[in-house]
Every structure is written in structure tokens, then in C-alpha cells.
Design a binder for this molecule. Structure first.
Ligand code: HEC
Ligand code: HEC
Ligand code: HEC
Ligand code: HEC
Ligand code: HEC
Length: 391
């Protein structure tokens, strides 16, 4: 008897659940949104225009990326004129960006993230568990960094296709990141697009790293890759004790720009037809990459050996393109003052950045190290002579 009651109850529950799903599908969320849009069109453009508003699921099939974007099911006004002041999802899309990237070819998610095939708001915007590409909107941006806007975060997506341009109109955050990459001399230690040093990791595909590949033990706040980079740019050693990456004392905005740039360096699986004539290869360096100075004259050794990648040697007229280390004109004396060791000992057994330089980038033999000491002493002697000379 009891079993029959249980079976009956289960049966009824199952039926109720099935009915509930059927009812929900018959009145999907987008139905009301489409009705509202039709009403707006009728008010503004008349009954005939309203009758032409499509009903049901609207989708853009994108063979170039192998997916369908159903965002226009709710965002019906995207390519209509005259709805610029409506609230979302009934607002006209900013038109300029769509004239160079027509929605029928590019869809929506390629720039905005989100879950293309979903037709309920939370799911479509990717605010659901286990969806790794949530909408690159204001909500996500604010949760990653205070003050960050969706349209800034979105540039991660722009740079997937535009990475080899030195500047892209409309991607100002990424442009700033690219400028900092050159100005701060990141390539003295990092290889990016096949060019740069070996002291830090190759960053060419940094954006492909999984969240699990970062250590969040020292990160306060939510453990996100974005948050990790922000904190690391603010102070590398706070996250990676003993790191030789310098603290560049970046503003919050500049740290965010480099974070957007670094996370944009990911492989994008789009058909070449969606890359058009955007460059497929790294651009030639924007600034000088070699030190200026006489490679054969006094101080030429610093240029030939590679020290001048990071150091000026002003007394010999050697000018580094990215002087992230101190001027070597006074190093022979400085090491005594700063590290309390004579220059021989420092060169033989350096600490900090120079330990990494000698271990990974410029592997000098003992004889070459002796030469380094002689050159550093010569620079200091020349510097003293210069200072003593009458002006
Ligand atoms: C079921 C209806 C629906 C679908 C489908 C939908 N949206 Fe939305 N969208 C909305 C509504 C409602 C709003 C305004 C309220 C809000 O922000 O949640 C909105 C707002 C937005 C905004 C501006 C707000 C922000 O957070 O930046 C963007 C951008 C957006 N949607 C993009 C998309 C993309 C891309 C897709 C497809 C992956 C999509 N939407 C699919 C209903 C929808
Ligand atoms: C080529 C990239 C690109 C594509 C493709 C694209 N958008 Fe956008 N979208 C943008 C940019 C850039 C902005 C912000 C423009 C601005 O703020 O000046 C934007 C703005 C929006 C907004 C307003 C967001 C806000 O915060 O106010 C919505 C909603 C939106 N897009 C939805 C869509 C939908 C739906 C599609 C597909 C039918 C789509 N977009 C296709 C780049 C794109
Ligand atoms: C899927 C790849 C892809 C994405 C993502 C993308 N673009 Fe583009 N973009 C293109 C292509 C292709 C062109 C046309 C270039 C050509 O063929 O010369 C283009 C052209 C442009 C142009 C030049 C337009 C003109 O009129 O000359 C600008 C500016 C631009 N994109 C900015 C952006 C911004 C900003 C974003 C992010 C919101 C973005 N793009 C996202 C592929 C992309
Ligand atoms: C003096 C050498 C040096 C310079 C200059 C330098 N870095 Fe680093 N960087 C490192 C080293 C070493 C690491 C690995 C240890 C760590 O994570 O701090 C690193 C780590 C990183 C990481 C984390 C990579 C990962 O996945 O763990 C990023 C991103 C990064 N650097 C970007 C930059 C950028 C952008 C610049 C320029 C603004 C820069 N670095 C300048 C040495 C350097
Ligand atoms: C990848 C960049 C890089 C390269 C290449 C490099 N250095 Fe350095 N070097 C630095 C940085 C950064 C410092 C500052 C270290 C610190 O403060 O811990 C430094 C410090 C020094 C110092 C101590 C200077 C002082 O005033 O305290 C000496 C000496 C030195 N380097 C010599 C050399 C020599 C010689 C070479 C070439 C064989 C060389 N460096 C190549 C980045 C570099």
C-alpha cells in the first residue's frame, strides 16, 4: 500500500514538473521582451513596422567560429535606428563599431563574451556556474577591479584579433598597455611574439594559462587570474617572494591596462575570414631595440655583451633603449655602497636581478666576468676623471 502511494506521489510530481517546463517554454522570458519591442516600434514607427519585427528565437549562425549567437532574440534593436535612448535590451547598438564588424558576420559573443545559444538573460550573459566566458560587462568588470568598466574589459576580446597592431582605435586600454610594454622595457626580461629576454616567462600566450596555474596564497580578495595580474603588477614580490621583476610603481589604471593586455594574449579560434586584413604577424619594434653608442670604442664591450639592453653607461656615451638597471658609470663604487661588496665579488656572486641575468640570459665565463670587472672599473675611472676635469 505504502509503495503504491509513493509511486503515485512520484508520478504526480513528475507530471507537475513536466508541465511546469512546458509552461515555461511556452512563455519564455524573451516573449515579453519582444512584445515590448514591438510596442516601442509601433509607438515610434507605426503598426506596419511593428508587424515586421520578427518573433521567436533569433540567431546569427557563425560558421567562422562554429557557433550561433542568439543575443538578438532579446537585443532586437541592435541594428534599428531611433532607439538610442531606450534601456537595454531595446537600445540601438553604437553604430560605428558594427559598420567595420557587421553583426551578420561577427555575431555578438566574439566581442562581448556571454553564452551565445542561451535565451534567458542570466544564462545568456553567462552568469551561471561552469561557464567560463561571462559577459565582459560592467558587472564582471567591477567584480574584478574597482572602477573598471565593461567597455574597458571588453578590449581583451578586441585584441584577440587586433594583437599585432600597435594601436587600435576604440581599444584605448589595450593601446596604453602596448605603450607601457615598450616604455618599461618588459622585453628586457620577457619574450613576447618571439622577441625579448629569458629572465621571466615567455608571455606570448599568457592569456591561455588556466586559473589553476596561478598561486593565490598571497592574494587578498577573490582568486581570479585578472586579480592575480593586477596585484602582481602593483608589487611582484608581494605575490611571488624573491621575484626579480621590478616594482614599476604603476598607477592603478596602468596596472589594469597591462592586465587587460596580458590576458588578451590568447589563441583565438576564428576563421581567417574574420581576421580580414588585420596583421597576422608582429609589427616591427615601435622604438629602438638596440643601445645607442659606439660598439667598437670605449664602452663598446657593454653593447656587444648585452649589458646595454638594461644599463646606460653614460660616461662612454652608451644609451640603453630600456634602462631598467642603474647607470654602470659608477657601478664599481655603487656595489660597495649598496651591497657592501667590492665589484669583483658582486660580479662573481651577484644577488637580485643580476643573479637571474647571469643564470638565464648572459652566461659569462669566469674570464668574461674578469673582463666585466675591468670594464666596470674603467668606466668608474673615466667617470672620476670626468668629474675632476675643469669645466
Ligand atoms: C533573454 C533576454 C536576453 C538575451 C538572450 C541576452 N540579453 Fe543582454 N540584456 C538583457 C537585458 C534585460 C539587459 C538589461 C539588464 C541587464 O543588464 O541585465 C541586457 C543587457 C546587456 C548588456 C549591457 C549591460 C552590461 O552588463 O554591460 C550587454 C552588453 C548585453 N546585454 C549583451 C548580451 C549578449 C552579448 C548576449 C548574447 C550572448 C545577450 N546580451 C543576450 C537581456 C538579454
Ligand atoms: C566588433 C565588436 C562588437 C560586436 C560584434 C558587437 N558589439 Fe556590442 N558593443 C561593442 C562595443 C565596442 C560597445 C561599446 C561602445 C561604446 O561604449 O562606445 C558595444 C556596446 C554594446 C551594448 C551596450 C553596452 C553598455 O554597457 O551600454 C550592448 C547591449 C551590445 N553592445 C550588444 C551587442 C549585441 C547583442 C551584439 C550582437 C548582435 C553586439 N553587441 C555585437 C562591440 C561589439
Ligand atoms: C573576430 C576578430 C575581430 C574582433 C574580435 C574585433 N575586430 Fe576589429 N576588425 C576585424 C576585422 C577583420 C577588421 C577589418 C580589417 C580589414 O580587413 O582591413 C576590423 C577592423 C577594425 C577597425 C578599423 C575600422 C575601419 O573603419 O578602418 C577598428 C578601429 C577595429 N576593428 C576595432 C575593434 C575594436 C575596438 C574591437 C573590440 C570591441 C574589435 N575591433 C574587435 C576583426 C576583429
Ligand atoms: C628584470 C626582469 C623583468 C622585467 C623588466 C619584467 N619582468 Fe615580468 N617577470 C619577471 C620574472 C622573473 C617573472 C617570474 C616571477 C614572477 O612571477 O614575479 C615575471 C613574471 C611576469 C608575469 C607573470 C607570468 C606568469 O604567468 O606567472 C607577467 C604577466 C609579467 N612578468 C609581465 C611583465 C611586464 C608587462 C613587464 C613590463 C612592465 C615586466 N613583466 C617586466 C621578470 C621581469
Ligand atoms: C635584463 C636586464 C639586465 C641586463 C641584461 C644586465 N643587467 Fe645589470 N642590473 C639590472 C638591474 C635591474 C639591476 C639593479 C639590480 C638591483 O637593484 O637589485 C642591475 C644591477 C647591476 C649592477 C649593480 C649596479 C649598482 O650600481 O649597484 C652591476 C654591476 C651590473 N648590473 C652589471 C651588469 C653587467 C656587467 C651586465 C652585462 C654583462 C648587466 N649588468 C646586464 C639589469 C640588467
Amino acid at each position: 500500500m505504502l509503495e503504491r502511494v509513493t509511486a503515485l506521489t512520484l508520478g504526480v510530481l513528475l507530471l507537475a514538473a513536466t508541465l511546469a517546463v512546458a509552461v515555461r517554454d511556452a512563455r519564455p522570458e524573451y516573449g515579453a521582451r519582444q512584445a515590448r519591442f514591438r510596442q516601442l516600434v509601433e509607438q515610434r514607427l507605426g503598426a506596419e513596422a511593428a508587424a515586421a519585427v520578427p518573433a521567436g528565437i533569433q540567431q546569427i549562425w557563425l560558421p567562422g567560429v562554429g557557433r550561433a549567437d542568439r543575443c538578438p532574440t532579446c537585443h532586437q534593436a541592435v541594428v534599428w535606428r531611433g532607439f538610442e535612448r531606450e534601456t537595454h535590451p531595446w537600445r540601438t547598438h553604437p553604430p560605428a563599431i558594427l559598420s567595420s564588424h557587421p553583426v551578420e558576420r561577427f555575431g555578438c559573443t566574439i566581442c562581448h563574451g556571454g553564452q551565445g545559444w542561451a535565451v534567458a538573460t542570466a544564462a545568456a550573459h553567462g552568469h551561471v556556474p561552469n561557464w567560463s566566458e561571462p559577459l565582459l560587462g560592467d558587472a564582471l568588470a567591477a567584480s574584478l577591479a574597482p572602477g573598471l568598466r565593461g567597455r574597458q574589459l571588453q578590449q581583451v576580446a578586441c585584441n584577440g584579433c587586433h594583437r599585432y597592431e600597435s594601436r587600435t582605435a576604440g581599444a584605448e586600454v589595450v593601446n596604453r598597455g602596448k605603450q607601457l610594454l615598450e616604455e618599461k622595457g618588459c622585453r628586457a626580461c620577457h619574450r613576447v611574439d618571439g622577441r625579448g629576454g629569458l629572465i621571466g616567462p615567455d608571455l606570448t600566450w599568457e592569456g591561455d594559462k588556466y586559473p589553476g596555474q596561478f598561486d593565490y596564497a598571497r592574494l587578498s580578495g577573490r582568486p581570479t587570474v585578472f586579480g592575480w595580474h593586477l596585484a602582481h603588477f602593483a608589487d611582484p614580490r608581494a605575490l611571488v617572494p624573491g621575484s626579480v621583476m621590478p616594482n614599476f610603481h604603476l598607477s592603478v589604471g596602468d596596472a589594469a591596462a597591462l592586465t587587460v593586455l596580458a590576458t588578451s594574449w590568447r589563441t583565438v579560434a576564428v576563421d581567417p575570414s574574420l581576421l580580414g586584413a588585420t596583421p597576422r604577424r608582429p609589427a616591427p619594434p615601435a622604438g629602438p631595440t638596440r643601445a645607442a653608442g659606439d660598439a667598437e670604442g670605449p664602452g663598446g664591450w657593454f653593447i656587444r655583451t648585452g649589458c646595454a639592453q638594461c644599463h646606460d653607461v653614460t660616461v662612454f656615451g652608451v644609451k640603453s633603449p630600456t634602462p631598467i638597471g642603474p647607470d654602470l658609470s659608477t657601478a664599481a663604487e655603487d656595489t660597495e655602497r649598496r651591497f657592501s661588496v667590492p665589484i669583483e665579488t658582486f660580479v662573481r656572486n651577484p644577488t637580485g636581478v643580476m643573479e637571474a641575468v647571469f643564470a638565464r640570459q648572459l652566461m659569462l665565463s669566469p674570464a668574461q666576468k674578469d673582463e666585466a670587472v675591468r670594464e666596470l672599473r674603467a668606466a668608474w675611472a673615466a667617470e672620476q676623471a670626468r668629474a675632476a676635469a675643469p669645466r
